[in-house]
Structures are given as C-alpha cells and as structure tokens.
Design a protein around this ligand. Structure first.
Ligand code: PMV
Length: 357
C-alpha cells in the first residue's frame, strides 16, 4: 500500500464488571459471560503515530506514558501484536509511536489495561480502515464494512490484548460471553446490552474509593489461570450464568434491591475464588472491609440503594442511582474518605465508550 505515515488519536474508558469474568480458556475465551458498566471519566487517550519502514522482520514501536518512554510496557504490547497480526497484516510494515495518558493517577490500582488496550486497538482499527479505503466499494458490496463490523472487530482484537478491554468500546452496558438469553452474545467480542434498561439505571454513578495504590501482588493473568483445577470453578461458572439471567430481569423491572444482591454477591465471589485457589491470595485490604461494613450500616440506617463492587484489587466501587448523588457524596466525605489512601477517590458514572479525537 502507498500510505507512508500518519497518526490517529482515540480515548477509551475503563469499565466495571457487575457479573465478573474470572477464568478463561485458551485464546482469551471467557469461562462465563460477564456484563459491565462502561465508565465515563476514567479513560486512556492514545495517539498512535505510524511511519512506513523498510525491514518487515520485526515489530517496531516505542511507548510513552505522559511523555516518558516506557520500555516495561513493551512485552505486553509485543504479545498483543503477535496475537492480532493475522487480523491486521500491516503491523510489521510500520514503526509505531504509542503515546498514552490516563485521566486517573498511574498505579492508582485502577486497571488501565481495559482502557489502554481498547484505545490502542481503536487506533489500529483506524489505520486498517484507512488502508482499506481503496477497496471500499468492493468490501461494502461483499460484507458491508459498517460501523457495526468495525466495532465488532475492534472488540474482538481488544479482547486479545486484555479480556475486559473488549467491553470498553461502547456503552453504557456491555455483555461479553455467550449466554442463552442474549441473542448475538459471543465469547469472541463484547456487544451492547440489547434489551431495554429501566430508567432507575439511567446515569448510574460510580465513586471509586482508592484504598490501595500499590502494585497488585497477583496479576489478573495469574488469577485467571488459577481457576484451572479450582475446586469450585464449575459451580462458579454456572452461578455467573444464573446471576446474568437474574440481572436481565432486574434491568427490565428496575428492582434495585435485587441489583444490590447480585452485584455485591458477584464481587465477594470473585474474591472468594482468589482466597480458595491454590496458591491462595487476598487482594482486599483491611480498609476494603471497613468500607464494606460502613456501606451495609449506611443502607440499614437510610433508604439508600448504594452498593459496592470490587475489581481484582483493594479499591471499592460505590454504585448508586443518580438521584442519590448528594446523599452518597456526604456519606463518602463524612465516613469513607478516612479509609482511602491519601483521602483519594474519583467520582465517575456510566459512559458511552471510545471516541476518536
Ligand atoms: O481483563 P483482565 O484479564 O485483566 O481481567 C479482569 C477481571 C476482573 O476485572 C477481575 C473482572 C472483570 O470482569 O472485569
């Protein structure tokens, strides 16, 4: 092809799973379906510059985070490129400059893999689209290269970078993994939640309490692998399907009490799987538990529907309806900030996915 150089910029958000993905088969195929809220403020912006090169033997790229060269990010991206080069054959033809920045503090314990991998993938898809342009009419006639196809392929590729990244491209709710009640759901890519969602969930809020900003002792890759041969794995995978079926009903009816039960149960089950694997490990910190207990007391004392969920770490996500913003903000300031590292927390809400800048 004749394109010598160029650059694309995309921003892509993080997401928070309500039904958790924990355990995978080969090729990043999840053992169970998951569903997540796409976030709005917590995002990665990536500019991908590309320049044609002579030698096509190796991948060639440099990575910068906030302007600083980051060679320690290279192995993960190299692995990603190896996995996706069959789908994006131009990867060895260019030298890439990957410049990335996050809206949330680096190593705040908020995973940047979903937002980072999805932003990079969208940049790569923009290059693919550009290179395809001369063949546009032919392709359109053959398989209609619509936005849907673009986003589906992007999600498919992002999954190969980091599983949960495939749920960050769209909003506001994304399902990844085959589920009998959701037509079009797939283990290979995320899809927008296809059913109507009750207005109770409109603009749902997520306040992220930063409990521990340290590096995780156990990576999610290691954690997923510990589900092989885990004594409770098969029951857990079944439970995720059942919880998703129940959540579909909750989204239809707007029943926030059942929502709380499912979401908090999923978070604790995720951590229970970690505590019962071999080797076992604990990612929650004492302050994680202090916060959970405070939330439970607060719900008992008020009519609030605030609930928590957890990622693979110690931070706590507070989920609550928009009309509780004031009440929950007060609660955070008065009772929870004390348990956050350096008093840090991030107010976020449901968002709508990746954007080209
Ligand atoms: O995308 P990964 O491989 O980092 O796994 C993420 C797993 C959890 O965040 C714990 C759950 C989820 O579904 O996002």
């Amino acid at each position: 092809n004749s394109i010598e150089k160029g650059s694309f910029t995309w921003s892509s958000p993080s997401n928070i799973a309500l039904i958790k993905y924990w355990g995978k088969k080969e090729h990043q195929i999840p053992e169970n379906p998951s569903v997540s809220f796409t976030l709005d403020n917590c995002k990665t912006t990536t500019t991908l510059g590309f320049t044609k090169k002579e030698n096509q033997d190796d991948f060639s790229f440099d990575v910068f985070l906030d302007g600083d060269k980051k060679d320690d990010f290279k192995p993960k991206i190299e692995t990603f490129f190896k996995r996706i080069e069959v789908y994006l054959p131009f990867l060895r033809n260019y030298h890439f400059k990957i410049e990335t920045s996050n809206t949330f503090p680096h190593s705040s314990g908020i995973a940047s893999s979903a937002s980072g991998m999805s932003a990079l993938t969208m940049c790569l898809m923009s290059i693919e689209k550009l290179l395809m342009e001369p063949y546009g009419t032919l392709i359109k006639a053959e398989r209609s290269l619509t936005d849907d196809f673009f986003i589906q392929k992007a999600s498919f590729l992002a999954r190969l970078g980091s599983g949960s990244a495939c749920r960050s491209l769209e909003g506001d709710l994304v399902v990844w993994g085959k589920h009998s009640e959701i037509d079009g759901s797939s283990d290979l890519f995320g899809i927008k939640y296809p059913f109507k969602v009750h207005e109770n969930f409109k603009n749902y809020q997520d306040t992220i309490l930063l409990v521990d900003k340290g590096e995780k002792q156990v990576s999610s890759t290691v954690g997923h692998n510990l589900m092989y041969g885990h004594p409770f794995a098969q029951e857990r995978f079944k439970q995720a399907h059942k919880n998703l079926s129940n959540l579909i009903e909750v989204f239809k009816e707007g029943d926030l009490d059942t929502f709380i039960e499912i979401v908090e149960g999923e978070a604790l089950t995720l951590h229970a799987m970690m505590m019962t694997s071999m080797p076992y490990f604990i990612l929650m910190k004492p302050n994680t538990l202090e916060i959970i207990n405070k939330i439970w007391s607060f719900r008992q004392a008020t009519n609030s529907k605030v609930c928590f969920t957890l990622d693979a770490g110690a931070n706590v996500h507070l989920l609550y309806p928009e009309n509780e913003c004031e009440q929950v903000c007060e609660f955070v300031k008065n009772e929870l900030v004390a348990f956050c590292q350096k008093g840090q927390y991030i107010n976020d809400k449901i968002g709508f996915g990746a954007k080209q800048l």
